[in-house]
Design a protein around this ligand. Structure first.
Ligand code: AMP
Ligand code: ZN
Length: 115
């Protein structure tokens, strides 16, 4: 998609620190990490958000979760880790290309801390 930040990162038009790549997904370090490990996993095919998932495109989510589990193991996040997907403005989604935050490397506290 022409004006999508993550599509440009996948295409190599904008630099990123690659962590993992396969046929279905690309993973790179978040530019503003909230924990020692903060990696973004994105489908190579543009999907705007989790709200756009359906029977035609959702298989990529399973592939991405497989990749997340593999990277978490490689990074030795043995104490646990969290995956977050923000969807829409109330959740604070800022980039309209589906992505999964893998966060870990320290105790992460409660999942939702603000009211
Ligand atoms: P979200 O707020 O869930 O849409 O997440 C978007 C994430 O993308 C944020 O955590 C940003 O720090 C991250 N981000 C924005 N621009 C870049 C970039 N050029 N490279 C890596 N991560 C980025
Ligand atoms: Zn995109």
């Amino acid at each position: 998609m022409a004006d999508c930040l993550f599509c440009k990162i996948i295409a190599g038009e904008i630099p990123s620190k690659k962590v993992y790549e396969d046929e279905y997904c690309y993973a790179f370090e978040d530019i503003a990490p909230v924990a020692p490990v903060h990696v973004l996993f994105v489908p190579k095919k543009h999907i705007s958000s989790a709200a756009e998932l359906d029977g035609e495109n959702s298989a990529v989510v399973a592939k991405i979760y497989e990749a997340i589990a593999r990277v978490a193991a490689e990074m030795k996040l043995d104490g646990g880790w969290r995956v977050v997907t923000n969807c829409g403005p109330d959740a604070g989604q800022t980039v309209l290309h589906l992505h999964f935050h893998l966060i870990g490397g320290r105790p992460l506290g409660v999942m939702v801390s603000e009211k």
